[in-house]
Write a protein that binds this ligand. Structure first.
Ligand SMILES: NC(=O)c1ccc[n+]([C@@H]2O[C@H](COP(=O)([O-])OP(=O)(O)OC[C@H]3O[C@@H](n4cnc5c(N)ncnc54)[C@H](OP(=O)(O)O)[C@@H]3O)[C@@H](O)[C@H]2O)c1
Length: 210
């Protein structure tokens, strides 16, 4: 079984690297497509067996599973660009994009008969510790539901929800966590500006340490 991952940024890159070390796909069955050649080269350096390309159409040509992991406003042009091949191969489509609903994907595909999955991981996917929210449309087979659950269980833990819970779930598990990190970063920055030093600084060089 082959998988194409379109977009190799935070989410797509971590998904590709993580899946390459899992049991669902062999690394050689994974193709990553992305316009940035440096990003692709880093993935290839990390996992030499992975296939890389800058051509989305080539990536999906023989894919059984297609993951779109681009910014939400790029999902439509990306899907429209590969639509003829998707129409022929009918792969399972997994969308990683905040705020993109099944109705949107059906519109971009100009077809409402695809098996669609909406997935929201968080940044912990980079260390295979992401709680990942997953919603299936009503076309997804039980076999594919099990496949997707296994994929994301191996990248953390998969949590199956209804599509209507996705926006609230995204706020809690993804954006909410990001805000908490921003708060911690701001508190650390404030401490540094007030003369506190990190633990790695030698005691003698930390006059404000009490
Ligand atoms: N980051 C998070 O914590 C998080 C959490 C949950 C969900 N998400 C969702 O995940 C999706 C991806 O987010 P991200 O943080 O991974 O973004 P990202 O780091 O910007 O990754 C997106 C990647 O897509 C590439 N790209 C741009 N145009 C493309 C095209 N036409 N074909 C193929 N690849 C293309 C970008 O390349 P360039 O950089 O060269 O443009 C970039 O490497 C978003 O829709 C977001 O809503 C993100």
């Amino acid at each position: 079984m082959k998988i194409a991952i379109i977009g190799a940024g935070n989410m797509g890159g971590a998904t590709a690297r993580g899946l390459a070390t899992g049991t669902v796909f062999k690394a050689a069955e994974i193709t990553v497509s992305e316009p940035n050649k440096e990003t692709l080269a880093k993935i290839k350096a990390d996992v030499p067996e992975i296939n890389i390309t800058t051509d989305n159409l080539a990536a999906v040509a023989d894919a059984d599973v297609v993951v779109t992991a681009v910014k939400p406003w790029l999902v439509q042009p990306v899907i429209e660009g590969i639509r003829p091949t998707l129409a022929k191969r009918r792969p399972l489509i997994i969308s990683i994009a905040a705020g993109i609903k099944f109705a949107d994907l059906n519109g971009f595909l100009a077809d409402d008969t695809f098996q669609l999955v909406s997935v929201i991981p968080n940044t912990a996917i980079a260390i295979k510790q992401s709680p990942t929210l997953i919603a299936f449309n009503d076309k997804v087979s039980d076999e594919n539901k099990a496949l997707v659950k296994k994929m994301f269980d191996e990248l953390g833990s998969a949590i199956i929800i209804d599509e209507k819970q996705m926006a609230a779930g995204t706020a809690v598990t993804s954006c909410g966590i990001a805000y908490a990190f921003e708060y911690i970063k701001a508190a650390m920055q404030a401490a540094i500006e007030l003369g506190f030093y990190t633990r790695s600084a030698p005691l003698a060089a930390s006059p404000s340490r009490v």
